[in-house]
Design a protein around this ligand. Structure first.
Ligand code: DAH
Length: 360
């Protein structure tokens, strides 16, 4: 037994003195490895009398276990110490200013969205949002687009999967931001003044169409709202957005299922010398669809149509960004090309706001 005690104190103190993992491993081999001192002692058990074995066996096992657990405790203590040491030498000051070359920029779509929100906020419009995966009712039915209505085909809709035995109409990726009108009216009722910027989806791809693009919807419902208010609001927006005082808009009669009457709106512009100038020249460019919200749409939103009426409009954000900042190809917005972003992007501290200015 004395022998075991001696072994125990020899190895335990060696373990506690070990300075690194290699020393620990050596110790493990010499003590409890296959040919280690303890293992050799265990082999001697066979030569003992049963009585001796009954005492020596458990004692040796206990010793082996004790040494093993001392080894692993020391091993993790050494690993912790090594990590502490690394953390001390490899620290990084994350509050340090980044190198300008690596700084991100604000995407033109984000910038223009902020500009739109800032302008409409000054006119008393709040921002409302809705889901991008929309159900058939909000995207179509509630907006007076019946199942057989040709507008459903025009929208090149992406349909979501439904199980075979599920006979509900499939959900869709919303094809426009108009469903937010219904969701907002259902929840908050009239009167209201909102804009709803967000992503929309249609199966289309060329220089001026991408399967995902951005729109914003505007809606103003109250007791005494007319097309005149719509016209003023849109002119005011265009003046602020394009930063041109002499804006001229042309309202062309059109048709949308969710408005009556409906109008498409063009803005006076010039393409002289291949450069777009808003507010002068003899060209007209279509920028949005609009109208007086259809009574059926108001009713779907739970609004009393004997009391309330109002206007709505929908505009493409990507298109506005292309026009304002002279970006020729819509697809570049979604290429994630850093060189493009550095050219067209905006400094992160230049976020538009009403007191700082809309665009800098
Ligand atoms: N939802 C239409 C589209 O995506 C745009 C639109 C037109 C919205 C007229 C309106 C509106 O609110 O009154 O093509």
């Amino acid at each position: 037994m004395d022998q075991l005690d001696a072994l125990k104190s020899k190895y335990l103190s060696a373990v506690s003195d070990a300075a690194d993992e290699a020393t620990l491993e050596e110790l493990r081999v010499t003590a409890v490895g296959k040919k280690g001192e303890i293992s050799l002692k265990m082999r001697e058990l066979g030569k003992m009398t049963p009585e001796e074995r009954q005492v020596a066996g458990p004692a040796l096992n206990a010793l082996k276990e004790e040494i093993n657990s001392a080894l692993s405790a020391k091993k993790s203590a050494l690993a912790d110490a090594a990590l502490d040491e690394r953390l001390k030498t490899e620290w990084l000051d994350v509050s340090m200013a980044g190198r300008p070359r690596r700084q991100g920029t604000i995407h033109p779509i984000s910038q223009v969205t902020e500009e739109i929100v800032a302008i409409f906020a000054s006119l008393g419009f709040a921002v409302a949002e809705g889901p991008q995966i929309e159900n058939d009712y909000y995207n179509f039915d509630a907006l007076n687009i019946a199942p057989e209505h040709p507008a459903r085909q025009e929208h090149d809709t992406f349909y979501m999967h439904r199980d075979e035995n599920d006979d509900r109409a499939p959900n869709v990726l919303r094809t426009h931001t108009s469903p937010v009108q219904i969701r907002h009216l259902e929840k908050h009722g009239a009167p209201c003044r909102i804009i709803c910027p967000g992503r929309v989806y249609r199966a289309d791809y060329d220089q001026t169409h991408t399967p995902m693009f951005h729109q914003y919807e505007g809606m103003c419902i109250d007791k005494d709202i007319s097309m005149a208010n719509l016209k003023w609001t849109l002119e005011e927006f265009c003046r602020a957005f394009f930063q041109v005082d002499d804006i001229e808009l042309r309202f062309r009669a059109s048709h949308f299922p969710f408005t009556e009457p409906s109008a498409e709106v063009d803005i006076r512009c010039s393409w002289a010398g291949g450069q777009l100038k808003i507010g002068e020249g003899n060209d007209w460019m279509e920028i949005l669809g609009s109208g007086m919200v259809h009574p059926k749409v108001l009713a779907a939103g739970g609004v009393d149509t004997d009391i309330y009426q109002g206007f709505a409009f929908g505009m493409g954000i990507d298109r506005l960004a292309m026009l304002k900042y002279g970006i020729p190809d819509l697809r570049a917005f979604f290429d994630s090309d850093l060189r493009w972003l550095r050219n067209y992007g905006f400094a992160s501290l230049d976020a538009p706001n009403l007191h700082g200015g809309i665009s800098r």
